[in-house]
Write a protein that binds this ligand. Structure first.
Ligand code: N01
Length: 485
């Protein structure tokens, strides 16, 4: 009998998923693991998104690592900086940073005979037995294709590139976009700056979500009785997974009807002016775009110093934004809350697989893999948040832990079985993608709207099944679906 071999593993990205992967790989006995991180600090999305009002938009007690319950969350939806502190705290407890190489963007990975040759911006890093990407989904900023962007004389930036220390009091601030990010910024800034203009191209459905502080007695109780904290986690997860997530994929019509009712009622009770209400009423199904959760947006946009601009934008000029009706909206600060290219995933990294083809070539018509974690032709390559990963379905940390758990079983097989490579069969991926194609028309994402779930080919990038199916699929690989050598 041969003994298990040592594996050298590269993890790409030191965000919430990459950190978790490192911690759990070490726990499983893998000591030679390096995280390559292009930035200078950890935290991924919570490091990059520092705009006013940034908070988690799922209740915080449902957003935590399973191995690091947190009784200290200050609010029902914790502010971004607090989540970043939580990640830093977990990283410190697990001595994560000794394995992170900061300022190293992975630019190339080539597969040859059971090894990945990895190169970063500072040069070749040698050979690895496995690569695990944890590059996130929402991190390539999209800027609007509006003429005159370079003419603007004030400060202008994307929400994920917020200018730290910028004083906004007394300024006229304009925000383009009405997604979750712009909604949170509106709640934080409307009424606090000299004038606030929100440029809306498409109205959004918004469900109310209480965001208030968690009382000290509650925290003390959670501290004393971890089982209460756990049952709060389970309650939130159950609400989300069996109601919201099931509703949007067509598996719980009653919960969907309720969701529609809640959103409509929220709009009707909060916005009494029929003209404004009409402007804020979407013309597509609830949940088709990623549902927004906010308890303060409607109040904020009705502040006397706030304005919802629905006239289309003509161009950006030196002094502000000119709308098609000829009006110039004068601004000191212009914020692009225009979202992300969510289909780029780990690229522009160039990844060349088994038969010499690159991921760019294989994904030319859209990203496709097997169960969102592996891709045929790319052995020993594992993804957290790969094609058709649940995005916006379940808590991201829960999704990431489950996908990692699945990848770990494959990595352990490589080690314990003394294998050189493990790769999903083409037929298995085809079967999965066929199931995805068959399920998508039953989801609300396919009911006719433009959203970041849909790529330029019209493919919908999310997981169109229930949480139960996700749990079952991630529990244990179907070994017959893999080629092993
Ligand atoms: O981006 P978005 P986001 N002219 O893509 C508009 C997560 N998130 O950063 O709908 C005018 O949703 C565009 O308009 P339209 C969450 O999953 C999580 O807000 O295309 N407008 C849209 O209104 C979320 O879904 C948290 O017509 C233009 C907006 O820009 C995801 O991130 C917090 C335009 C983009 O909205 C992305 O949210 C915040 C143009 N040329 C975000 N181009 C949490 O708390 C684009 N738009 C976890």
């Amino acid at each position: 009998m041969t003994s298990a071999r040592e594996l050298r593993i590269a993890v790409v990205g030191a965000g919430a998923s990459g950190m978790m992967a490192l911690i759990k790989l070490r726990e499983a006995g893998f000591d030679d693991v390096t995280i390559y991180e292009k930035a200078e600090t950890l935290g991924g999305t919570w490091r990059d998104n520092r705009y006013p009002g940034v908070t988690c938009d799922v209740p915080s007690h449902g957003y935590r690592y399973s191995f690091a319950p947190n009784p200290e969350w200050s609010h029902v939806c914790a502010p971004g900086p607090e989540i970043l502190d939580y990640l830093k705290d977990v990283a410190a407890k697990h001595d994560v940073e000794r394995s992170v190489r900061y300022g190293e963007e992975v630019v190339r990975a080539d597969y040859r005979d059971g090894k990945w040759e990895v190169e970063t911006t500072s040069g070749p890093q040698g050979q690895f037995d496995a690569v695990l990407t944890a590059t996130g989904v929402l991190h390539h900023p999209t800027y609007p294709d509006i003429p005159g962007r370079e003419d603007f004389e004030g400060e202008a930036f994307h929400t994920s590139r917020w200018k730290d220390g910028l004083e906004l009091e007394g300024k006229r601030v304009g925000v383009i976009g009405t997604g979750s990010t712009a909604t949170q910024i509106t709640g934080a800034l409307a009424g606090k700056v000299a004038h606030y203009s929100l440029f809306q191209r498409t109205a959004q459905w918004i469900a109310p979500l209480p965001q208030g502080p968690i009382p000290e007695e509650q925290k003390a109780l959670f501290r004393e009785k971890p089982e209460l904290l756990q049952s709060e986690y389970e309650r939130i997860s159950h609400e989300n997974n069996s109601k919201f997530a099931a509703a949007i994929v067509g598996a719980n019509p009653r919960a969907y009807e309720k969701l529609v009712e809640v959103c409509k009622e929220h709009l009707e009770t909060k916005v009494r002016d029929p003209e404004l209400r009409a402007k804020l009423t979407p013309d597509y199904a609830v949940g088709c775009k990623r549902l927004i959760l906010s308890e303060n947006f409607y109040d904020a946009i009705q502040h006397p110093d706030a304005e919802l601009v629905t006239e289309p934008i003509e161009r950006i000029e030196a002094k502000g934004i000119r709308t098609k009706d000829g009006r110039l909206h004068e601004l000191d600060v212009l914020v692009y809350a225009t979202g992300f290219n969510t289909h780029q995933l780990m690229r522009p990294m160039r990844v060349r697989g088994q038969d010499g083809r690159t991921l760019d070539e294989v994904w030319a018509e859209g990203n496709r893999g097997y169960l969102a974690v592996t891709v045929p032709g790319f052995p020993n390559w594992f993804m957290i948040g790969g094609p058709n990963s649940p995005i916006g379905n379940f808590s991201w940390l829960l999704t990431a832990e489950r996908q990692f758990g699945y990848a770990l079983r494959l990595i352990e097989k490589l080690r314990d079985g003394n294998l050189t490579e493990i790769v999903p069969k083409k037929q298995a991926a085809e079967r999965f993608n066929e199931e995805v194609r068959a399920a998508l028309p039953g989801t609300v994402w396919a009911t006719g709207c433009k959203s970041w779930y849909i790529d330029k080919h019209g493919n919908i990038a999310s997981w169109p099944f229930t949480f139960e199916k996700f749990e079952a699929d991630m529990k244990e690989p179907r070994w017959d679906d893999f080629e092993m050598a």
